[in-house]
Design a protein around this ligand. Sequence first.
Ligand SMILES: O=C(O)CCC(=O)C(=O)O
Length: 217
Amino acid sequence: MSEAALCTQRYTRTGFDFFGPWAEPSEVRALQNLLDAHPPVVKNPHLAIPEISRIVAAGVIRKAVSQLIGSELWVENTFLISKPPGEMQVPPHQDGVNSRLILDPGRSVTAWLAITPATVETGCVFVAPASHRHGYLPTKTADLPGRPLTIDGPVPQDWVAALIPAGHGLLMDSRLIHYSPPNASASPRIGLNVRYVAPGGITMRDGSAPTHLTRIQ
Ligand SMILES: O=C(O)CCC(=O)C(=O)O
């Protein structure tokens, strides 16, 4: 079986897989320097920061995502988290549902890109293997700053720490339950969440057509 087929098989079974590197070490260092001064959360940085718009179209990422959902790719959303040392955490959630939309898991995938090393100490993402098999779960707002969405129901018991070197990444099924704990190190942990969709992969809850999509060429 080819490496690509093995990756797809792993992703289908567990709901996640690793990939990379998506950039040269010098490019990753330049990004670290650039993003160090940014606020902890930046929504849709690919629309405002040219270096990020280049990354989301990087060949290695495009190839990995295309193997899962086909070659016509659009970016639905990006989210930059520069998690400072301290309290900031992200509760268990699924990326494919929010108050505005639902993503078709067969036509969407999240790529989480480590811009600095993601380790247990720095507050890496933890994934619940095979949790995508239960579909989308009910949600509620978490009692945390910013009132993020979290799953409403039993929280999975089995978690895997997604340990990712800077310049590498994680692919997640849109239904995969994941969270990230606080950063216990002394430096910010920077990661970029990119939601890719194939045509027809988005259903807006209000019946409108999706907007602000960026085609990956
Ligand atoms: O970057 C993080 O720590 C959390 C990432 C995450 O859960 C997400 O972007 O959906």
